[in-house]
Design a protein around this ligand. Structure first.
Ligand SMILES: [Cu+2]
Length: 208
C-alpha cells in the first residue's frame, strides 16, 4: 500500500514538473517571439534567382575589384553595395559576398552616401548586417553592438525559400575615415567569422 501511494505521489510529481517545464518553455517562446517580431525586418521584398545572380556581377564603372587582396573599391559619391548573406559559393554559410568575393574589404570614399542592398541567399538562417566600430573577435551575443554610422544597421531578414530571396536596403553617410567592420549580429554568427572590413578613405587613389 505504502509503495503504491508513493508511486502515485511520484507520478503526480513528475506530471507537475513536466507541466511546469512546458509552461516555462511556452512563456520563454512567447517572449522571444515578441522580441523577434520587434527586431526582425518587416519591410522587405523578395527577388528571384535571376535578379540575385545579376547582383554577383560588378558594373563596368564605379567599382574596382581586387581578387588577390579580396577587396572591392566603390569609387563614387553615391554608391550601392549589394551584400549577399549566406552565399552559396562560400565554404561557410556564416559569410557575406560582394560580387562573389567572400567577406571582402569594402572601401568607400569619405562622405559618400552608401546604400547597402542586403539580400539573404541562405535557405535556413536569418541574417542581418551592421557597420560597427568594434574589431574582431566578436562575442557570441553581438546584437547589442551599436552602429558606427547612423543608418548603418539593417534588421535581420528571414531565410530564402523557393528561390525567393528576401532583400531590403539601408543608407548612411560615411562621415568618418577609418577602418570599421560589417558584421552579422545573429547569435554566434559574427563569432564564427561572419564579418569583413569596411574602410572609409579620404582619397581612394591611396589603394592603387
Ligand atoms: Cu548571420
Amino acid at each position: 500500500m505504502i509503495q503504491k501511494r508513493s508511486m502515485k505521489t511520484l507520478a503526480a510529481g513528475i506530471i507537475l514538473v513536466v507541466a511546469g517545464i512546458g509552461m516555462l518553455i511556452y512563456t520563454y517562446g512567447t517572449v522571444i517571439n515578441r522580441l523577434n517580431n520587434d527586431y526582425y525586418s518587416k519591410n522587405f521584398t523578395t527577388i528571384d534567382k535571376t535578379a540575385l545572380l545579376k547582383l554577383y556581377t560588378a558594373p563596368k564603372t564605379g567599382v574596382k575589384i581586387y581578387k588577390t587582396r579580396n577587396s572591392v573599391e566603390f569609387l563614387g559619391k553615391n554608391v550601392s553595395i549589394p551584400m549577399v548573406a549566406g552565399p552559396k559559393n562560400a565554404k561557410s554559410m556564416y559569410s557575406f559576398a560582394v560580387y562573389g568575393l567572400i567577406n571582402p574589404t569594402i572601401i568607400v570614399r569619405k562622405d559618400a552616401k552608401v546604400t547597402i542592398q542586403f539580400i539573404n541567399e541562405d535557405d535556413d538562417m536569418y541574417h542581418n548586417i551592421i557597420i560597427v566600430n568594434d574589431r574582431p573577435p566578436y562575442p557570441y551575443m553581438s546584437m547589442m553592438i551599436a552602429p558606427a554610422f547612423e543608418g548603418s544597421f539593417i534588421r535581420p531578414l528571414p531565410e530564402s525559400s523557393d528561390n525567393k530571396y528576401p532583400t531590403t536596403s539601408g543608407s548612411f553617410i560615411a562621415s568618418r575615415t577609418g577602418t570599421f567592420h560589417y558584421i552579422c549580429q545573429i547569435m554566434g554568427h559574427a563569432s564564427k567569422g561572419m564579418y569583413g572590413k569596411f574602410v572609409v578613405m579620404d582619397n581612394l587613389t591611396e589603394m592603387k
